[in-house]
Design a protein around this ligand. Structure first.
Ligand code: FES
Length: 158
């Protein structure tokens, strides 16, 4: 992000200098090329994720590479009651999500002991369950579809 802003500022200064020296029109290719580069970088980072409620309703969202699935829910204002109650501190299990077997097997990181302990407290646990706050998006996850259990358990209230 900082690089993009720096490029924009540099391009803006170069454009302004050129305009002052040579009366270059404001629609110079320098400005539009810089804008297009920024947009292209942004598109590369986008990861589309669909959340499927227990009733089958699909919620299409997008995040960016490096976001957790909890970030995606929060940043897209997805209405999942109680989801992510502990804000990713691994103390609630409300971010329980169920993956398709193929997607589950491709996840790069396996759950640690803390996540497994929290998963044990989740309702509707399956062999392909994970905690959304522990899943970090990568570009190859684009098109991911995850199922949201019908009930959640906030382990903090036990
Ligand atoms: S948000 Fe609480 S365990 Fe993931």
């Amino acid at each position: 992000m900082l690089v993009i802003n720096t490029c924009r500022n540099t391009a803006r200064l170069a454009l302004r200098s050129a305009w002052l020296r040579n009366n270059v029109p404001i629609s110079s290719p320098i400005a539009s090329r810089t804008f297009s580069l920024g947009l292209a970088l942004k598109q590369q980072d986008v990861v589309n994720v669909t959340f499927v409620r227990a009733n089958g309703t699909k919620i299409k969202t997008s995040g960016k590479v490096g976001d957790s699935l909890l970030d995606v829910v929060v940043n897209n204002s997805v209405d999942l009651d109680g989801f992510g109650a502990c804000e990713g501190t691994l103390t609630c299990s409300t971010c329980h999500l169920i993956f398709k077997t193929n997607d589950f097997e491709k996840l790069p990181d396996k759950p640690g002991d803390e996540e497994l302990d929290m998963l044990d407290l989740a309702y509707e646990l399956t062999d392909t369950s994970r905690l959304g706050c522990q899943i970090t998006l990568s570009k190859d996850m684009d098109g991911l579809e995850v199922h949201v259990p019908s009930t959640i358990n906030d382990a903090r209230s036990a």
